[in-house]
Design a protein around this ligand. Structure first.
Ligand code: 5SP
Length: 227
């Protein structure tokens, strides 16, 4: 069954505890937490002490996304949080295999992230080594961007390669994910949907977070039944 990850960087940062309480009342599966260093992306976000405070307020497993240069450094900085998954960018990793093995040794699922402009070819050598692939459908760095339709072809290409190689890492998509953009993926449905501003924290017609997440789940199930 597909999973929903709530991107906490899109929440009301002046009322994080309330936002977490609202998420606890939903059937959200993961908390997606973006680390941004101001170098790999022109933004700063979510430090280790803040995340430690968040961890005390939620039962949701952590799905950490390192939008940073030197991901090796940030794995050491954040591993104390015992996240379920850490995604690091193939564009920034000096030695991806070493970092993948290190994450496994820490008991953290390794995930490779790639921006829209990065070709699938760049992650082919690692597909058998990782538990997840984070396919960015917007350029990493900011919420509220428009979905990049060219990423649909990458998603299709990735699905085909994984099938040919009989590999089964989870595919997570992140960036302007909502019922409309999910409909564009219905022939190559991903496994994890990161919901940020457009479908959860600022968008959606439903009143509660549970209603918004239910709307997304219903759309996913409807599109799946089409194929
Ligand atoms: O990492 C990012 C953006 O860099 C995402 O997690 C966004 O936070 C998702 O927000 P929307 O695109 O849905 O507004």
């Amino acid at each position: 069954m597909e999973k929903i990850a709530a991107s906490i960087m899109c929440a009301d940062m002046l009322n994080v505890q309330t936002e977490l309480e609202r998420l606890e009342k939903t059937d959200c599966d993961l908390l997606h937490l973006d680390v941004m260093d101001g170098v790999f992306v022109d933004n700063l976000a979510l430090g280790p002490e803040w995340m430690a405070s968040v961890k005390k307020q939620t039962s949701l497993p952590f799905d950490i996304h390192l939008a940073t240069e030197m991901p090796e450094k940030y794995v050491e900085m954040f591993r104390f949080l015992k996240p379920e998954t850490i995604s690091f960018h193939i564009e920034a990793a000096a030695n991806p295999i070493l970092l993948i093995h290190r994450l496994k040794n820490y008991g953290i699922k390794p995930s490779l992230a790639l921006n829209p402009a990065t070709p699938i070819e760049d992650i082919l050598p690692y597909l058998a080594e990782v538990d997840q692939i984070l396919l960015m459908t917007v350029p990493t760095g900011f919420a509220g961007q428009a979905f990049r339709k060219e990423t649909l072809e990458k998603l299709c290409e990735l699905k085909n390669i994984l099938a040919q190689r009989n590999l089964h890492p989870l595919i997570e998509v992140d960036g302007n994910i909502n019922t409309q953009t999910i409909s564009w993926m219905k022939e190559v449905m991903p496994d994890i949907f990161v919901l940020g501003t457009s479908a959860l924290f600022q968008g959606g017609d439903a009143n509660s977070y549970q209603e918004r997440i239910r709307t997304v789940r219903q759309a996913v199930n409807a599109y799946k039944s089409d194929f």
